[in-house]
Design a protein around this ligand. Sequence first.
Ligand code: NAP
Length: 295
Amino acid sequence: METRILKGRPVAAEIREEVSMRSKALRNRGVVPTLSIVQVGDDSASEIYSSSIRKAGDKHGVNVVLSALSKESSAMDVAERIAALGADPSVHGIIVLEPLPHGIPSDVLEGIPPAKDVDGATVRNLGLLVAGRSSYAPCTAQAVVEMLVRSGIEISGRHVVIVGRSPVVGRPLANMLLRKADNANATVTVCHTGTRDLSAHTRAADILVAAMGVPEAIRGDMLADGVVIVDVGVNRIDDPSSERGYRVVGDVAFDEALSVAAAITPVPGGVGTLTTSLLLLNTVDAAMRDDIKAP
Ligand code: NAP
């Protein structure tokens, strides 16, 4: 079987084109779509993520503003900054970069107003998803759905098996796919470390989403012929033959899946490529909703 490789780049380009068109329309009405990034401390991964969001924003008409706080900031300082951005009518989206420095509970994120919570980080937005109502989902979970839908893969009526139940991927994704909507309406099974006989579940999947954080844990013999695989995992493994001494792999043994799966997302270059674009798309969406509400 020829396995289709579902690359993220063309899908991300399509989303960015939509961002550019919508931000242009907003700017023509005098609205500058604005995303605030709250970054506390100097975590290097956060620095890289924040700079890639700013670069993408510059290119596609979204004003991305860094709201930096020192690593000595208290939980109150962070909460006050989030509250100020929440009350600022020129800010349409807010993302707080994690990990937060030790001593700052992730509860501070709950101060983001749901309408500005463009990365679906708050319990309120997760609750709306569980209730089947419209809300922003975490961009990684959204990336899985966008990848499937924009690649023309039918979700409705199919059995989606998700391995992983974290609040940023597995749980929101399961609830997104359960919605009675055209691009959802799936039968969903969620697996985790307490699941007995994981292979029996993965082999029953029409669509398999791996979000475990365990390198190449899903082997070829755990897959059914013709399965569609979305690999969310991003894992570094030692590789002395590589210049950096490591390489990045997913949660699925890619080469073993190639002879079995109908389609698979690669790692790197798969769903991870979509998250920044979706963050911008959600910001533009939030700005449009706000514009419609304005008197
Ligand atoms: P997480 O919070 O550590 O959750 C992992 C989930 O996988 C847990 O629910 C865990 O079960 C389950 N799990 C782990 N080992 C398992 C096993 N052997 N069998 C069955 N279930 C198992 O991780 P996460 O934040 O969801 O991230 C998952 C992966 O996605 C990571 O590789 C991460 O780097 C990647 N990720 C990528 C992006 C991106 O591309 N932008 C964003 C976020 C995450 P329990 O609940 O029972 O512990």
